[in-house]
Design a protein around this ligand. Structure first.
Ligand code: 73E
Length: 830
């Protein structure tokens, strides 16, 4: 650092950032003219976006520097959130709002000849995630910064995020998402690199006093390079860091030895291979495919992050036993579970700690969040693969397992079977490492993401572990969403209306303050303003629908929306079967009767994993139904069926505020939480849903007269499935009519949909579509009826919003901080 006598000069020259509209304009033009080397004669919207972002980035980076210096100086306990996915969406709008300068930018851009919406729309989404799990991580970063926690996120800098979805002839087509052509929001740290080892062998070496150490040698080295993304808090100068690792061949551009030996091609090939590690996000949600490259990604990211965390700890020169007082690491699902093994390896093999002392530190450091009970999503890695890629880690896993099983054996001396059941190694062909079990054994707390889900994991997949560790190790932290992005940014008019009625913006930092709205539910004038905003948001969505699908929808119709990953357990098939049923009902009516019906727009959106054939069939059926219904003159505006292509965060910001009703209709017990349910209600839409995930807690908060619940309960699912397979399985008669219509070819070649029909009729209807169909249809009738009484409907919406305070990710982060991380917020001193 700079010597004391020169620091005065530094302080005089310190960067300042802009102030006010004129200051912003000056910075924007400076960036256009110098950074981008353009002028007023060739500044298009892309350039204006770039310059605006650079102006705001400068602003952020000043706060970011101060925050990091402050956190280093205070040296208090830090939280590290390890997630393979961060579904951030766009950064500029968020930065402007969190800094509180959006109006300034709007005025400045307008004077310089641009509309702020067009400029915001230039940005590519940072789509480094699949769905709810990745978006949760992004909401958490926003809350951690907004609440002044000293926290870092660690992830991978994928060159390709989640694919872009195109719909061609009604089918999903995947297009690569190369999003990095210009990304002003990241700072490459070419000086922050870590060498990561793969493959090789382990040798034991005897040390003094008969002590043996393991030495992992040989194999190959890949370099991790850090890219930092500043995370601004709302209305605070705390700006935290998200560090994303990118892979590179070690030794820089080329392996010079090979290069000099004339082996040019193979040197380039090595580089390509190294870069492959961080090349692409795996596009599976709630599904694990067990690919070697995925395991490589996991270790690469985890090893780089831990190296960084340990290096930072060692700077403070504290004894190792204080590690867990300084460091809390949260594992976002099992994807980073190797971090447990890696920390044990660092402490024992490199730092020379005894096994028990090291293991104590490890288990006090980690917390593990489970997000799913679906068996196909639970990670297991073949022992042989782990052995080959990470030979030393496999040894450590075996040792962890040995000590764990010894403890279990002592606890349950007469129970052989429990050892088999809880072993980290599954004795199958081939043997597998059960990552969730390793995560439980290596953490001090395990949490689910909604009450029902947290109860379910204790009684099903982790039951034995509750017996072993007692119930206190297992806890619930119900998910939340950031009201900054999901209300203030996505629905500025509603946010403004609320602020004007309840005395300011404080609710954006304490969402429980929304409860002041409740008394306004009966206020006629307020209801009118509320409805006007909803209508305007529906007009905005109708415009997007027109742009993307060519279909005109009537904003006065009831907008019924289901947007989320396409998955059988989320039951988009139930929804589209319900839509077909509605269509048939309308068709059977006389024109007079039809005139009395309520117009509806059914909107679907979501991506199917490229290898998930059934999910792709569902997309095709939705589009096939849309092309028939939308062109049926008998039907007109009474029913439109829309599949919005390429659902992502920035589209969600337009879709969410425009719903009248949204669908959260998973088979009970399968959706761990869901978070879009919270977003829709917070934006003044009602929901239709099953008793699953966070729907249950939403019901408790907003009242059961403000939600449309239907369907079987989680506790009955197992018996129903059993009955399908071993008893007689009768299909709901209305659903059968739907199937018969599909088989007649009304929506195109019946063969295209035969597998979807067979799944219900002949293959046990695992997701209980038929069992829930009747109550689903009946509940939709109640929705129609309720919507006819607009006064009551709007009152329900207002009351619901007023009671949504609990679902802020701020509440959620405070719970993690108190019950799992043991950290307190510390604001940056100005
Ligand atoms: O219910 C959602 C939950 O709201 C759950 O399905 C999702 O996590 C959300 C946030 O807690 C989730 N995603 C995954 N597992 N659960 C997952 C699994 C493997 C790969 C990618 C995502």
């Amino acid at each position: 650092s700079i010597p004391e006598p020169q620091r005065e000069a530094w302080k005089r020259a310190q960067a300042q950032g802009f102030r006010g509209k004129d200051g912003f304009e000056k910075e924007l033009v400076r960036h256009v003219e110098t950074t981008l080397a353009r002028s007023m004669f060739n500044c298009d919207e892309k350039a204006a976006y770039s310059a605006t972002s650079l102006a705001f980035r400068d602003q952020l980076i000043l706060d970011w520097n101060r925050t990091q210096q402050n956190q280093t100086y205070r040296d208090s306990k830090r939280v590290y959130y390890l997630s393979l996915e961060f579904l951030m969406g766009r950064a500029l709008d968020n930065a402007m709002l969190n800094i509180g300068q959006k109006d300034t930018a709007k005025a400045g851009l307008s004077e310089l000849g641009f509309r702020i919406e067009d400029i915001i729309g230039q940005e590519n989404d940072a789509a480094l995630g699949n769905g709810g799990l990745g978006r949760l991580a992004a909401c958490f970063l926003d809350s951690l910064a907004s609440l002044d926690f000293h926290a870092w996120g660690y992830g991978l800098r994928y060159r390709y995020g989640i694919f872009k979805q195109e719909i061609i002839d009604g089918y999903q087509v995947e297009v690569p998402d190369y999003w990095l052509d210009f990304n002003p929001w990241e700072f490459p740290r070419h000086d922050v690199t870590v060498d990561i080892q793969f493959f090789g062998n382990v040798r034991k070496e005897s040390k003094e006093q008969g002590k043996e150490v393991a030495i992992w040698e040989g194999g190959e080295i890949v370099q991790a390079v850090a890219y930092d993304v500043p995370i601004p808090g709302y209305n605070t100068s705390t700006t935290n860091n998200l560090r994303l690792w990118s892979s590179k061949a070690s030794g820089g551009e080329f392996d010079f030895q090979k290069f000099n030996n004339g082996d040019y091609e193979s040197s380039v090939a090595d580089q390509q291979r190294a870069e492959t590690i961080s090349a692409v996000l795996y596009p599976n949600d709630n599904l694990e495919r067990g690919k070697e490259l995925r395991l490589k990604q996991q270790y690469f990211w985890v090893a780089a992050s831990l190296h960084d965390i340990v290096r930072r700890f060692k700077k403070s020169k504290r004894p190792w036993k204080q590690f867990a007082d300084q460091v809390a690491i949260q594992l976002n699902d099992t994807h980073p579970t190797l971090a447990i093994v890696e920390l044990q390896r660092i402490l024992v093999d490199i730092e020379g700690l005894e096994w028990e002392e090291a293991w104590d530190i490890v288990t006090s450091t980690f917390g593990y969040t489970n997000h799913t009970v679906l068996p196909e999503a639970l990670e297991k890695w073949p022992v042989g693969l782990v052995q080959h890629l990470l030979p030393r880690h496999l040894q450590i896993i075996y040792d962890i397992n040995l000590y764990f099983l010894q403890q279990v054996e002592k606890q349950f001396p007469n129970d052989r079977d429990i050892l088999r059941r809880v072993s980290i190694i599954e004795e199958s062909q081939p043997k597998m490492v059960r990552m969730a079990y390793l995560a439980i054994v290596g953490s001090h707390k395990v949490n689910g993401v909604a009450e029902l889900h947290s109860d379910l994991i204790k009684t099903t997949i982790f039951k034995d572990f509750v017996e072993i560790y007692g119930p206190d190790k297992f806890t619930n932290v119900t998910n939340g969403i950031t009201p900054r992005r999901w209300l203030h940014q996505a629905n500025p008019r509603l946010s403004e209306l609320i602020a004007s009625k309840i005395g300011g913006n404080d609710f954006l930092k304490d969402l429980t303050k929304l409860n002041k709205l409740e008394s306004l539910a009966e206020d006629k004038e307020f209801r009118k303003e509320w409805s006007e905003i909803k209508y305007a948001n529906k007009v905005r969505l109708a415009k997007l629908i027109k742009e993307l699908t060519g279909v005109t929808v009537n904003p006065a119709a009831l907008f019924d929306i289901q947007v989320k990953r396409i998955h059988e357990y989320k039951r988009q098939q139930l929804n589209i079967f319900g839509v077909i049923h509605r269509y048939l009902t309308l068709k059977a009516m006389s024109p007079e009767e039809r005139k009395k019906q309520l117009p509806r727009v059914s909107v679907f959106g979501g991506k199917a994993a490229p290898g998930y054939w059934m999910a792709k069939q569902i997309i095709h059926l939705i589009n096939a139904v849309g092309s028939v219904v939308n062109n049926d003159a008998d039907i007109g505006d009474l029913l439109k069926v829309i599949f919005l292509p390429d659902y992502n965060v920035s589209k969600a910001e337009i879709i969410t505020p425009a719903s009248d009703i949204s669908e959260h209709i998973s088979t009970a017990g399968t959706e761990a939480s869901g978070t879009s349910n919270m977003k829709f209600v917070l934006n003044g839409g009602l929901i239709i849903g099953t008793c699953d995930g966070a729907n249950i807690e939403i019901t408790r908060e907003i009242g059961d007269n403000n939600i449309f619940l239907f369907g079987n309960l989680a506790e009955d699912v197992e018996d129903l499935r059993h009955a399908h397979n071993y008893g007689s399985h009768t299909i709901d008669p209305d659903l059968n009519k739907v199937f018969e219509e599909m088989e007649k070819g009304t929506f195109g070649t019946p063969h295209d949909f035969s597998a979807m029909v067979a799944a219900v009729r002949h293959h046990g209807d695992y997701y209980l579509v038929s069992d829930d169909f009747h109550s689903y249809i009946e509940t939709h009738k109640l929705v129609d009826e309720a919507y006819r009484n607009q006064d009551e409907w709007v009152a329900k919406c207002i009351v619901s919003v007023a009671r949504m305070g609990f679902f802020s990710s701020d509440r959620c982060i405070n719970e993690y901080a108190e019950s799992i991380w043991n950290v307190e917020p510390l604001a940056v001193k100005s």
